[in-house]
Design a binder for this molecule. Structure first.
Ligand code: C2E
Ligand code: CA
Ligand code: CA
Length: 604
């Protein structure tokens, strides 16, 4: 039995094998220096065969060889597997007399080994990669001490050369950073280990601009500039994160999945807002960052680096700063993904979110009785995003909780300020049904009211009745708590939603808001007219005040007023306004009671 004599695996096999993958490109290394070392060994010892053998898990590979045709054999029949277990030297003067090797197929068959002498190829930290050996087809006398020393020195030379090869093939000379080959290797290692981290590529200059720089300042200028960029970038991404240089002005690094890309991008762009200076010449970088998640399902099938780079280029070209490569997603999904992944940083950035306020007037007095707080998001790269787009996205995640709390705090702060300045209209806040599926939101709202010393009657909650409500009993409980604080409760989008009359009756609401889609065509659609009048009648019978929204013209204003709605809102009265614009509007249209004038109803 051959396997009976197979060399056991050393105790440090795992780190040993890892070092082999790091140092020896088994299928690619073809190096003249290593070739010369084996030739020299064969000649100086007068043997037909000499090998540099590297041990992988199952195989031994010959990185360099003379006198033998095959380039690998199974590990369990290798002599080399025994050599790595010894400290300095393994010698077999006659294999036929050695019980470990007597029946080995390399002895009984080709290449009919009789004599073997090998030294382990040990790295400075003591891991044996394989061996350098000499082989004869005849038995031989043992080597002299001097000959042993020579073989040992040749072995050291091999290890030295392997380190040197690794350095030249993995290091980017100008910057001293790891290069693209190394990155690809590391990506492969992550995927083989079943990990799926994020690959992030950052480009700092557009090719056109780079061209101009080279033309004006010579090729060495960007090389130096890039060293400075590399230094800044290394410091930013952290000590435990390896930075790779993957192109003239391109870099890459790997972060665990879950890293907040928009925070990362903000940090990088803040650090590169200052020009990079070389030779006293400041250059402003134009950064683009691209990211993608490695996917172990396609271990070998993808050019990951190229995809990340194209996402980075794309981001720079579109002026959106950063983007995520999402090959399988369509454009709408990519936008949704992008919005969601930048929403959490928007919540921390005072510049991005704000509230605007749309006045609502009381038909009887013509004055502003409430304003509806509507959320606005100015995305740093994509510009203004409407709540109709991002609120439903946020509702699919836990982010809606933070978003609702942001709105409540901002609205209460603003309401308090208006109260102090003598204004008495209410501030209406839109909330998502899911906010009421537990006590947390209401608790927080109470906390804000206390903190800002505002009474509940200064607020109104606009609540959309919908099939979305999962736990009606809990929602009703929370609405009751809010109502008990003096907060008005309005059922938003009335007439379009779920309209389960049984539960509608049980909600502690104070008013309903007729949806703007119902109001739009009341001048010419008889069906809509009948629907709206019926809804008004019904709501009033249930004891609710009726508010009409989406009033866009004089005719609709007059009609809903005549039909008995008590309050109205819409572009005809005022669009959503900033806090400051609202104050101006109040001073002019609002205070002049323009909306109470009789002429408003003349054309009924
Ligand atoms: P909504 O509650 O029905 O809000 C009224 C929407 O109608 C606002 O759009 C407003 O700008 C628009 N509007 C007002 N008057 C007119 C008009 O005369 N004609 C027309 N065609 N439209 C008018 P906006 O601001 O885009 O809000 C869209 C929706 O986003 C809101 O619908 C609301 O459901 C949601 N939303 C807005 N802010 C928040 C928020 O802070 N939290 C939550 N959960 N949802 C919000
Ligand atoms: Ca609303
Ligand atoms: Ca509405």
């Amino acid at each position: 039995m051959i396997t009976h004599f197979a060399a056991p695996y050393p105790d440090n096999e795992i780190p040993r094998a890892q070092r082999v993958t790091e140092l020896c490109y088994l299928d690619t290394v073809q190096d003249e220096v290593l070739d010369r070392i084996v030739t020299l060994a064969a000649e100086s010892f007068g043997v037909p065969i000499s090998l540099i053998s590297i041990l992988e898990e199952q195989q031994q590979w010959f990185l360099a060889k003379v006198g033998i045709a095959v380039s690998s054999t199974p590990r369990d029949i290798s002599f080399c597997g025994h050599t790595i277990l010894v400290d300095e030297f393994l010698e077999v003067p006659n294999a036929l007399l050695d019980p470990r090797f007597r029946h080995n197929v390399l002895v009984t068959g080709e290449p009919e080994i009789r004599y073997y002498a090998g030294v382990p190829l040990r790295t400075p930290d003591g891991l044996a990669l394989g061996s350098l050996c000499i082989i004869d087809r005849q038995p031989r006398e043992p080597l002299s001490a001097r000959q042993r020393a020579t073989l040992h020195q040749l072995g050291e030379l091999v290890v030295y050369r392997l380190h040197e090869l690794r350095t030249t093939s993995f290091i980017d000379r100008p910057t001293g950073l790891m290069n693209r080959i190394r990155l690809e290797d590391d990506i492969h290692r992550h995927l083989s280990a079943g990990e799926e981290p994020l690959l992030i590529a950052v480009d700092f200059l557009s090719p056109l601009f780079l061209n101009d720089i080279v033309k004006a300042l010579g090729y060495s200028f960007p090389q130096h500039l890039v060293k400075e960029i590399g230094r800044r970038l290394s410091a930013l991404i952290g000590q435990d994160c390896v930075l790779y240089r993957i192109g003239l002005t391109r870099f890459a690094f790997i972060k665990p999945f879950g890293e907040c890309l928009s925070t990362l991008f903000s940090m990088l762009s803040a650090a590169f807002a200052m020009p990079v200076i070389h030779d006293g010449i400041p250059i402003r970088t134009q950064m683009g960052m691209g990211a993608l998640q490695l996917d172990k399902a396609s271990l070998n099938g993808r050019d990951w680096v190229r995809l990340a780079v194209s996402a980075a280029d794309n981001a720079r070209d579109l002026g959106i700063g950063w983007s995520v490569y999402q090959g399988e997603l369509d454009v709408a999904q990519q936008r949704a993904f992008r919005l969601l992944s930048s929403l959490s940083s928007a919540l921390e950035d005072r510049e991005q979110l704000n509230l605007v306020f749309q006045p609502r007037i009381n038909f009887e007095t013509g004055t502003c009785c409430a304003v509806e707080a509507l959320l606005r998001w100015t995305h740093p790269a994509l510009g203004p995003i409407g709540p109709a787009e991002f609120v439903p996205l946020a509702e699919k995640t836990e982010l809606i909780r933070l978003l609702s709390l942001w709105v409540v705090e901002a609205a209460i702060r603003q309401a308090k300020q208006w109260r102090e300045n003598g204004h008495h209209f209410k501030v209406a806040i839109n909330i998502s049904p899911s906010d009421l599926e537990g006590p947390a939101f209401t608790d927080k709202l109470v906390e804000f009211l206390e903190r800002f010393q505002l009474e509940g009657s200064a607020l109104e909650i606009e609540f959309t009745e919908g099939a979305l409500i999962k736990n009606l009993a809990e929602v009703r409980l929370q609405l009751k708590r809010l109502r008990a604080l003096g907060i008005d409760i309005s059922i938003d989008d009335f007439g379009t939603g779920y309209s389960n009359w049984t539960y509608l009756k049980e909600l502690p609401a104070t008013s309903v808001k007729l949806d703007r889609s119902l109001i739009k065509d009341i001048q010419n659609q008889e069906k809509d007219r009948r629907l709206v009048t019926t809804l008004i009648d019904l709501a009033q019978r249930l004891g609710y005040k009726v508010v009409a929204e989406g009033i866009e013209n004089q005719a609709n204003f007059n009609t809903v007023k005549a039909w008995g709605c008590s309050e109205g809102q819409g572009f005809f009265i005022a669009p959503p306004l900033t806090g400051q614009e609202l104050m101006q509007w109040l001073a002019q249209d609002g205070a002049a009671q323009r909306f109470a004038l009789d002429e408003n109803i003349k054309d009924l």
